[in-house]
Ligand binder design. Structure first.
Ligand SMILES: Nc1ncnc2c1ncn2[C@@H]1O[C@H](COP(=O)(O)OP(=O)(O)OP(=O)(O)O)[C@@H](O)[C@H]1O
Length: 533
């Protein structure tokens, strides 16, 4: 596949400027670059979702022009988006054939074809499983299968490992190698440079909309790659230091929550959760997505009715306090799904600055909104958090994913919260911005901030947390020492729990799977290539 001179302009921004990329058949080609560098735009052009202003695309030597994804699929190009697009209450087979029934119908021929694809690439997909019963990694395999079923010979994957634990990442990379061995081509976007080096055959680096070069994964380190992306040396990391006090900031006691699923069955989603986060402490919760983490955040925010439990924030019982009062009382939140709960996508950046903090300074004065104050402060956040944007009047939707995240982090940190609930605080941000966000959280922690950290990035959990707990099926089943545990050990504790290998800490104070084994370096800062381990 050859992309030549691709240029794409948006109002005030040149997202892609004269980009050249050659992708050879049968290779895994990684695309790396800072937030807003233009990676997603380029992939959207290749998948027919956006039209380039200039430039040409040739597939197998033949020039093509895509008007929509259908055109791209017809030329064998498929895309797996970062947010999966599966229908929960349908089976795998139904999901796969949805929209392409003409290929093999929806009966036995389709089932046989799915099995055939699954077997030949080692995907292990069961056609009759319900999607709602599948974990994140299985859902991703269904998405990949869906694309292959439509005849794709080139797969575009947008940050495919962001939601996977290390063992799942290894399994995905095995799948990619199988695809490659069969002559398929994979193009993927990632901010995890260690992973990029381990799986890619070729790497293209994009900086500020332009290709700045290619890197040979066999001869490049994560540090060199990061510097190629940023165009300068990264600052050196700070060392770990404890700022934990013995003053409780948030206490959660005996929290129980149940939910009714669409079949009318009542399930327990949080079952006797209890913990304390002290001033100056980061408590990290490790767990495969969907084990109650989102419900825990909702419960602490006051967005769900509790079956039982007491919540105390800085000495005040807030169990029945409305969400707004909890926010005004010093609760900041970086939500898991920034599009649904963090931003008003169609509103300008400065309005997004006000969101969730309407009654607070600098957004309001007395009973009135202070538009001037809010606008000036948005300018400050854009500067301090390096949000790459042509101005504060553009919509949040027009920012790249990582820059949207930086805006949310900036907004929440600006109100000097007592407690920060941070769900995947650096999801989708590049290594430079990740290091900066970590530094900001550490700095605030030194001033007494308490943080509840939920993350799928195990390096982040280990690197930032003072205390680590493992969550499984709505319960906190184990704890681990971040100073000694490795991402691999933590990953297997999270999935090991799924097969019942973990015991509750009450019954066994140090579950074997999570017991610290080695005293290896705890430096997980991305700037030191921490992901290499
Ligand atoms: N629909 C749009 N309207 C206006 N500007 C846009 C639009 N889509 C992208 N941009 C701008 O184009 C630039 C490139 O964005 P893009 O999403 O391609 O970056 P990216 O490299 O994928 O970043 P990230 O790593 O943060 O996802 C950014 O400055 C972004 O604000």
């Amino acid at each position: 596949m050859e992309l030549r001179g691709i240029t794409k302009r948006f109002p005030g921004v040149v997202a892609n400027h004269d980009i050249d990329i050659t992708v050879r058949r049968g290779t895994v080609h990684a695309l790396v670059g800072e937030n807003g560098a233009g990676k997603s735009t380029l992939m959207k052009i290749l998948y027919g979702m956006q039209k380039p202003d200039e430039g040409t695309i040739a597939v197998d030597g033949e020039q093509v022009s895509f008007h929509n994804p259908g055109d791209a699929i017809a030329r064998g190009i498929g895309m797996v988006h970062q947010h999966f697009m599966l229908a929960d209450y349908l089976t795998v087979l139904e999901n796969v054939v949805l929209g392409s029934e003409k290929l093999h119908g929806i009966g036995d021929r389709a089932r046989a074809r799915i099995k055939e694809i699954s077997d030949s690439y080692g995907l292990g997909v069961r056609p009759d499983a319900m999607v709602e019963d599948l974990g994140v990694a299985d859902r991703q395999r269904v998405e990949i299968l869906k694309v292959l079923y439509r005849g794709a010979r080139t797969l575009i994957l947008d940050e495919p490992t962001a939601v996977l634990v290390p063992q799942e990442v290894d399994a995905l990379f095995d799948n990619l190698r199988e695809l490659k061995a069969e002559g398929l081509t994979v193009i993927f976007i990632s901010h995890k440079l260690g992973e990029v080096l381990s799986v890619a055959d070729e790497i293209t680096v994009i900086r500020r909309g332009t290709t700045v070069g290619t890197a040979d994964p066999k001869r490049t380190t994560t540090k060199q790659l990061a510097e190629l992306m940023v165009g300068s040396e990264l600052p050196s990391p700070e060392t770990r230091e404890s700022t934990v006090t013995d003053v409780p900031m948030l206490t959660v006691d005996g929290l129980r929550l149940s939910a009714t699923d669409p079949d009318g069955v009542v399930r327990s989603v949080l079952d006797g959760i209890g913990f304390t986060i002290h001033k100056g402490e980061v408590l990290g919760i490790a767990g495969v997505e969907g084990n109650g983490q989102s419900e825990l955040v909702d419960a602490i925010m006051g967005m769900r009715h509790l079956d039982a439990g007491v919540l105390t924030l800085d000495g005040d019982d807030i169990s029945r306090t409305p969400t707004r009062k909890r926010r005004e009382g010093g609760m900041g939140v970086i939500p898991e799904d920034r599009h649904r709960h963090g931003l008003l996508l169609e509103a300008p950046l400065w309005e997004n600055r006000i969101l969730g903090h309407v009654t607070e300074r600098p957004n309001s004065k007395g009973a009135f909104l202070d538009l001037k104050g809010a606008r000036a402060d948005t300018e400050r956040i854009v500067r301090e958090y390096d949000v790459r944007t042509p101005g504060i009047d553009v919509t949040a939707a027009s920012l790249s994913g990582g820059n949207q995240q930086k805006l949310i982090v900036g907004r929440e940190m600006s109100h000097a919260p007592k407690l920060l609930i941070a769900a995947h605080p650096t999801r989708g941000v590049d290594v430079g911005a990740q290091a900066q966000i970590w530094d900001q959280i550490r700095e605030a922690r030194r001033e007494g901030l308490a943080v509840l950290l939920i993350s799928a990035d195990l390096d982040e959990l280990i690197g930032l947390s003072d205390t680590l707990r493992v969550m499984y099926r709505g319960r906190l089943v184990a704890d681990a020492d971040p100073a000694t545990i490795t991402p691999e050990e933590l990953g297997s504790a999270m999935t090991g729990a799924a097969t019942g290998h973990l015991e509750a800490p009450d019954e066994s104070p140090a579950p074997k799977d999570t017991a610290p084994e080695s005293a290896e370096s705890t430096d997980t800062d991305p700037r030191n290539g921490g992901e290499d381990r």
